[in-house]
Write a protein that binds this ligand. Structure first.
Ligand SMILES: *Cc1c(COP(=O)(O)O)cnc(C)c1O
Length: 237
């Protein structure tokens, strides 16, 4: 951890907050209406904690093993830890007592296991349902037309609470194209909110990453997940 990387993180953190505020204002929202979650994969806890000291209050990991190995080092008094990656059913029990929200639920089997493990800890875990909005073959998430059924089943589970939707649209060079995906997600989100389903709370719409969080906010996102724009390019070695 060099002084340079810390000052970069500070600079980036301020810049991202300014861009969030600007995008929010364009759609008649306030900065506080948008949750800035930092995607912390591959980032050392010291750097994550530095970002937390600047005011960052949501972080998300996307691998169980990595979350477990970093867990004792995070400074979580004022920060929510979430899970944002693909989650295997047999790994749920390793994280369910450690995270405030699991963003990537895309099957009843997974939701049931989260519920079961949560109840063992006398808790109810907040979850988002991940939607495969680009209908991509090898991508996680339910297809939009499967959403109603999954929501109906999940609403019956005592140990989970559906708080909204999450999506990772296809990579698009073209900002207009990506905005269409975000806009479709927002329509689905609003549509479900209006149905006022029992035990389903549509408060969080999590979409937008480093390349496109500004566009996502313009199309209705109220949570963005940003990694490399905050911490720099990831080094996977
Ligand atoms: C890594 C990751 C992000 C952030 O990606 P960047 O392009 O680095 O901002 C967002 N969401 C999920 C699920 C991720 O795994």
């Amino acid at each position: 951890m060099t002084a340079r990387s810390l000052s970069d993180v500070e600079y980036n953190y301020k810049l991202i907050n300014e861009r969030i505020a600007e995008a929010a204002q364009k759609v008649g929202k306030k900065r506080e209406d948008i949750t800035f979650l930092a995607a912390t994969k591959t980032v050392e806890p010291e750097i994550i904690n530095y970002a937390i000291s600047l005011g960052l209050d949501h972080i998300g990991e996307n691998k169980v093993q990595e979350l477990i190995s970093k867990y004792d080092k995070y400074d979580l008094q004022s920060c929510s830890l979430q899970f944002i990656g693909h989650l295997q059913t047999n790994k749920v029990r390793q994280i369910v007592d450690k995270v405030d929200l699991i963003q990537s639920v895309d099957s009843f089997k997974l939701a049931s296991e989260i519920s079961k493990q949560s109840l063992k800890h006398n808790k109810k875990t907040d979850i988002l349902i991940e939607v495969n909005i680009g209908r991509e073959e090898n991508k996680s998430g339910v297809l939009p037309e499967q959403l109603d059924e999954l929501l109906g089943q999940t609403a019956e589970l005592e140990g989970v609470y559906v708080k909204g939707l999450m999506a990772i649209p296809p990579i698009c060079e073209n900002k207009h194209k990506i905005s269409v995906f975000f806009n479709n997600m927002n329509k689905i989100f609003i549509d479900i909110s209006q149905k006022k389903l029992d035990n389903i709370n549509m408060t969080i719409l999590s979409m937008g990453m480093s390349a496109d969080y500004y566009e996502a906010i313009l199309e209705g996102a109220n949570m963005i997940r940003v990694g490399s724009s905050l911490f720099g390019a990831r080094n996977y070695t």
